[in-house]
Design a protein around this ligand. Structure first.
Ligand code: ARG
Length: 424
């Protein structure tokens, strides 16, 4: 057994001791880290490995290639699960209802995907007789928190290993290990030096030159969204229809949620919409810069917010954003199974019962702007809103009386405080 690993100190009860590891369910992406892990676990633990690859709508991924690679590296089996529909319905839709943005800019695509990946890991580990789940997260990120919290909530008896956190191989050593074990190492100098994560709700890039906060992003970061300056010179209007908070049609065409989110991503990308340069407070204390490409979220959230505002009262509209923020924070922080999250979902669902209607967005060179909206539930009466109008439910003559009462306490307090100042 490897010397270094034997000296690792176990700090949580769910971490696996080497002798407890018989068969491992490995969350496999096909990238370098998890490919090295696939071999390393077999060598170091003398354990069997079953691989699981989850399709959350990563654009351009060939899952058959990923599966072939896992089998070639000695996996007993590699399950490829198309979880796009479940992801859209049970994770992205609640996020839409909560207008979910962390730190004012990050629509949580990675954070939403992790609890689903963890749930599938538990399911497949159980059905394929695995005692341990392995993932490729480092010890510095949020994803380890999200995956492990979810796994141990669902399956307290499951053991977890995260080799990247402990194997103390540097990048060079890892590549050497890969070459030595016949693991293809792609890229080298021609592929951009970023750490990428993506799914149908967005794409993130971290690391390398992005870590220079005082430098603007290099163009090679953006692989999804057209650079705004290169976007079409003509604006495009897009009509998004919602029923009870969920998007159901675009430009009059009804679509399943996955197809609709893909379509929103395409049109947003074309117009340079959804680029976010975000310095983020991670759960583990670090501040890190992320470059996000979130065209689908930029389009759908803009439309949803606009419609929600039209059907909500002033009280709902001032209160809900606080709960939206807290929902986003819990999900960001890896607490998908925290009951407060589902309590908040009940509130989100209740408000979203009214969110039915259509919003027209104008997309142009990186901007997305609501230009028209309509809803059978709108709390809007054009007869009352007009300038010169009076009568019916609204009497302009009543306004001075309202103003006198409305401002009473504030005026009184202002007077008291100023008198006190004069007296001293
Ligand atoms: N900063 C984002 C988050 O914490 C994105 C993380 C991307 N994950 C990754 N393994 N590259 O959710």
């Amino acid at each position: 057994m490897n010397e270094e690993r034997r000296t690792l100190i176990k700090t949580a009860s769910y971490e696996a001791e080497p002798h407890e590891v018989g068969r491992v369910l490995l969350l496999y992406s096909g990238g370098l880290d998890t490919s090295v892990m696939l071999k390393w676990i077999q060598d170091e633990y003398e354990a069997e490995v079953v691989a699981l690859t989850v399709d959350l709508g990563q654009p351009g991924e060939d899952f058959e290639v990923v599966r072939g690679k896992a089998l070639r590296l000695g996996a007993l089996d590699c399950h490829v699960v198309d979880a796009r529909e479940e992801f859209a319905r049970d994770y992205v839709l609640p996020a839409i209802k909560a207008n979910a943005l962390y730190g004012g800019g990050y629509p949580l695509f990675t954070a939403l995907g992790r609890p689903l990946i963890a749930k599938l890991a538990v399911d497949y580990a159980t059905t394929s007789g695995c005692d341990t789940i392995a993932h490729g997260c480092t010890g510095k990120g949020n994803d380890q928190v999200r995956i492990e919290s979810a796994v141990i909530a669902l399956a307290p008896e499951m053991k977890i290993i995260a080799p990247v956190r402990g194997w103390q191989m540097g990048r060079e050593e890892e590549i050497a290990y890969a070459r030595q074990h016949g693991i293809p190492v792609k890229g080298g100098t021609e592929s951009p030096p970023y750490s990428i994560d993506d799914n149908l709700w967005g794409r993130s890039s971290e690391g390398g030159p992005i870590e220079d906060l005082d430098e603007p992003p290099r163009d090679d970061v953006f692989q999804l969204v057209t650079r705004p300056e290169e976007a079409p010179d003509e604006p495009e209007d897009v009509v998004v229809a919602f029923e009870r908070g969920g998007p159901v049609a675009m430009n009059g065409e009804r679509m399943e949620l996955v197809a609709l989110l893909e379509r929103a991503g395409e049109v947003g990308s074309r117009h340079g919409v959804g680029i976010v340069d975000h310095v983020e407070d991670r759960i583990v204390g670090l501040k890190v810069r992320d470059l996000y490409e979130v065209p689908a979220a930029a389009v759908i959230l803009a439309a949803h917010k606009e419609l929600e505002k039209l059907v909500g009262t002033i009280h709902q509209n001032t209160f809900k954003p606080h709960l939206d923020d807290h929902w986003a924070y819990l999900v960001y922080a890896g607490l998908w199974y925290e009951p407060l999250r589902s309590d908040l979902d009940a509130f989100m669902d209740a408000v979203n019962e009214q969110v039915t209607g259509e919003v027209t967005l104008r997309l142009f060179k990186g901007s997305v702007r609501p230009v028209a909206r309509r809803s059978p539930n709108a709390l809007y009466d054009p007869a009352l809103a007009g300038f010169g109008q009076s009568g019916g439910l609204f009497s302009q003559q009543a306004s001075p009386g309202f103003i006198e009462l409305w401002s009473l306490q504030s005026r009184m307090a202002y007077g008291v405080r100023n008198k006190r100042k004069e007296g001293t």
